[in-house]
Design a protein around this ligand. Structure first.
Ligand code: MG
Length: 173
């Protein structure tokens, strides 16, 4: 190999990529709707939560924080803080993105899973995907939303609550 061939290519260094994961659970409680990905989904129950209890967005925030090495949602938005009482969880995502951007990170894609017997996600899938994509300032095809039941097993199967998981990739450079 020539000496020229050993030198790194000119221009910017290659981008860095990191992955993060997040999980969230909320129990059902009184109410007539649940927030999922910033979308109000009518349901015969609400969720018990300090904020609006949006499990998809809470899992997403944890995944973003995880990818950037910034801890978890409870450290940044503690449920002991009156500021977050009844909070629209979209503001957690927006504030988290600002933390990431200050360190040069931007999301590449997000893959979200809702685990619940009900509500069924199908009628809301596109609206939720669009909502999350808009929050992340990503094209819709960079956000994926999956749903599964737990075959009637466990607390989710008994319809006691909702669970969400999120995986995100972030890049810098
Ligand atoms: Mg939560």
């Amino acid at each position: 190999m020539s000496e020229k061939g050993m030198t790194p290519p000119p221009g910017n260094p290659p981008p860095e990529f990191r992955v993060g994961s997040g999980t969230d659970v909320h129990a059902f409680g009184p109410g007539d709707a649940v927030m999922l990905g910033g979308v109000r989904v009518p349901h015969e129950r609400g969720v018990l939560a300090h904020s609006d209890g949006d499990v998809l967005l809470h899992a997403l925030v944890d995944a973003l924080l995880g990818a950037a090495g910034l801890g978890d949602i409870g450290q940044h938005f503690p449920d002991t803080d009156a500021r977050w009482r009844g909070a629209d969880s979209r503001q957690f995502v927006t504030a988290t993105l600002a933390l990431l951007r200050a360190r040069g990170w931007q999301p590449v894609n997000a893959d979200l899973t809702l685990l619940a017997e009900r509500p069924r996600l199908a009628p809301w899938r596109e609206a939720i995907r669009d909502s999350v994509a808009a929050l992340l300032q990503l094209p819709a095809d960079a956000v994926n939303l999956k749903a599964t039941t737990t075959e009637k097993l466990g607390f989710l199967g008994r319809g006691e609550g909702l669970m969400a998981q999120a995986t995100v990739l972030v890049r810098r450079g």
